[in-house]
Design a protein around this ligand. Structure first.
Ligand code: KIV
Length: 290
């Protein structure tokens, strides 16, 4: 194990960013969205990877409840608890603080921590904000609108999540593309508009047809869409860190690209993700979308 560096020193070499960048905040996200600059997001679960992703210029880090599958070996995100999310959020936040990182930090509200009532959701969101998150993400459509309004009105930025919502994998019957038929596509559009009106500043669209994601993106001026398996027409892109590093417990999803191919180290792989999203070369519709 390396010796922990003093607080003032950049730990572990790779995290020594040459020039500090401006902190990403809600205003900068809105500005990128308005200017059409693609927003980059990766999941992070620990301090060191958080620091390296920040040094690579990733705009947003998501402490996803995918931590359950990636780090805890669970077979879905359903078993992830609020305590687990708090633990990993604190680790990522510390990593960013150690390098005076600029990335915007989002944490997932896990299954069972917000479904009961909007008050329960506020308590859970508060716990993650106190662990260091700057925004919370929650999954679901119309039934979450009141909760999103309640939380945002109390000063907690919210990222919504539509399409494939992994916490409801059992109700959905598997990890399948959502919004393929006209009725479900129309419902998704309606939910997206309602979530924007309720105050959601970002919206993850997971595994929906590229055409639908593009249409939803065009409708939302105040809410930046972040796609995963949703084609190239969203305001930004997110991937699970381990997926884009080419390390998996199972078979990678079709939309994943291994950014370590040809990269000279992990930070270079992360930089190549940032460049590919910013210049629009990832994802490629027809290759990484439906
Ligand atoms: O938990 C997670 O990693 C996520 C992303 C896949 C968007 O929600």
């Amino acid at each position: 194990m390396p010796t922990p560096a003093a607080d003032t020193a950049a730990p572990y070499g790779a995290a020594a960013a040459p020039a500090p960048r401006k902190a990403v905040n809600l205003a900068r996200i809105a500005d990128m969205h308005a200017r059409g600059e693609k927003i980059t997001m990766l999941t992070a679960y620990d301090a060191t990877f958080a620091a390296v992703a920040d040094a690579a210029g990733v705009d947003c880090l998501l402490v996803g409840d995918s931590v359950g599958m990636v780090c805890q070996g669970l077979d879905s995100t359903v078993g992830v608890s609020l305590d687990v999310m708090r633990h990993y959020t604190e680790s990522v936040a510390r990593g960013l603080r150690r390098v005076q990182g600029a990335a915007w930090l989002i944490a997932d509200l896990p299954f069972g921590s917000y479904q009961e009532s909007r008050e329960q959701a506020l308590r859970s969101a508060t716990a993650l904000m106190q662990a260091g998150a700057q925004m919370v993400k929650l999954e679901g459509g119309g039934w979450t609108v009141d909760t999103v309004r309640f939380i945002t009105e109390r000063g907690i930025p919210v990222c919504a999540h539509l399409g494939l919502t992994p916490q409801t994998v059992h109700a959905l019957g598997g990890y399948r593309v959502q919004g393929r038929d006209e009725a479900s596509a129309a419902r998704l559009c309606q939910d997206a508009r309602a979530l924007q009106d309720a105050g959601a500043a970002m919206l993850v669209l997971e595994m929906v047809p590229a055409r639908l994601a593009r249409a939803v993106t065009a409708e939302l001026a105040r809410c930046a869409t972040i796609g995963i398996g949703a084609g190239s027409g969203t305001a930004g892109q997110v991937l699970v860190l381990h997926d884009m590093l080419g390390i998996h417990l199972g078979k990678p999803a079709k939309f994943v690209r291994n950014f370590m191919a040809g990269a000279d180290g992990i930070e270079a792989g992360l930089r190549s993700f940032v460049h590919a999203v910013k210049d629009g070369s990832f994802p490629e519709d027809g290759v990484h979308a439906w």
